[in-house]
Design a protein around this ligand. Structure first.
Ligand SMILES: C[S@@+](CC[C@H](N)C(=O)[O-])C[C@H]1O[C@@H](n2cnc3c(N)ncnc32)[C@H](O)[C@@H]1O
Length: 251
């Protein structure tokens, strides 16, 4: 990576959730020959070129809209992640998940929110069953995926159809968590100085004033191009209600 011009940044250790009953191998609770279990993976982070600049007003606005919450920042920008669970991966059959080595939805979703802005294009060289694509859709980003195992493609299309209606829940969850955070802060008599007028709640930093998530409205699949097209609700319509999402299955 460094040879082709990428700069390494501090990496993240992702503590995986493993509940397998046989995860401790060896002689039960007797010393001394057991092995520790491998329950983490490294997320390597590289930057291509220089630090990204947002010069034009339009780009600055897009960046502000793509802001995350202050309390998310504090959790996300830690180098050890303990907390990743998601609604979406629960919907994927365990066997296929194991076969395809799919990771939890929260993993790409968080990284995409940390390192890109709405409208950017994310490249996934190892598409699998499309978890990264689902995360990019939820974050109002574009994506391109490559997958060598062609039988996974049909499965991932069917899975996308199945989980699309619940992607908005991931957005609602972030909003609900923030509302809970505001309540707790205010109970502790800690004032939040700024106001997000789109959602009409308080936020900690000035940067969060323009934050909003585009809820997903509609998805179409083009079989010829193997391409999904997603449409979104705008700021006014992206509130707390659980909007109905539609799926058009085009041939
Ligand atoms: C760890 S899985 C990715 C799972 C994916 N992140 C998800 O959650 O759905 C890696 C995938 O990369 C694919 N793969 C491996 N080598 C590849 C290559 N050279 N080109 C394209 N895909 C490849 C494998 O078939 C496998 O599906």
């Amino acid at each position: 990576m460094t040879k082709i011009g990428f700069s390494p940044m501090p990496c993240i250790i992702w503590r995986k959730q493993t509940n397998a009953p046989n995860k401790f191998m060896g002689s039960g609770t007797l010393p001394s020959g057991a092995y520790v279990t491998l329950e983490h993976e490294y997320i390597l982070i590289f930057r291509k070129g220089h630090k990204r600049k947002f010069i034009h007003d339009k780009d600055k606005q897009k960046r502000r809209e793509s802001s995350f919450f202050w309390e998310e920042r504090n959790q996300w920008f830690s180098d050890v992640w303990f907390d990743l669970k998601g609604t979406v991966q629960n919907l994927t059959e365990k066997e296929t998940r194991q076969r395809s080595a799919a990771f939890p939805f929260g993993l790409p979703y968080r990284l995409i929110n940390m390192y890109s802005v709405k409208g950017d294009t994310i490249l996934d060289p190892f598409f699998g069953i499309g978890t990264t694509m689902l995360a990019t859709m939820t974050g109002a980003r574009n994506s391109i995926g490559f997958e060598i195992q062609s039988d996974l493609i049909d499965y991932s299309i069917a899975r996308t159809k199945k989980v699309f209606p619940i992607l908005n829940k991931e957005i609602s969850k972030r909003l609900d968590n923030h509302i809970e955070f505001v309540k707790n802060r205010e109970n502790q008599k800690k004032k939040l100085k700024h106001f997000n007028s789109i959602y009409k709640f308080n936020v900690v930093t000035k940067q969060e004033k323009f934050l909003f998530f585009n809820k997903l409205k509609n998805i179409k699949f083009n079989h010829l191009k193997k391409e999904f097209n997603v449409s979104y609700f705008d700021a006014k319509n992206s509130f707390f209600e659980k909007e109905k999402t539609l799926f058009n299955w085009e041939r």
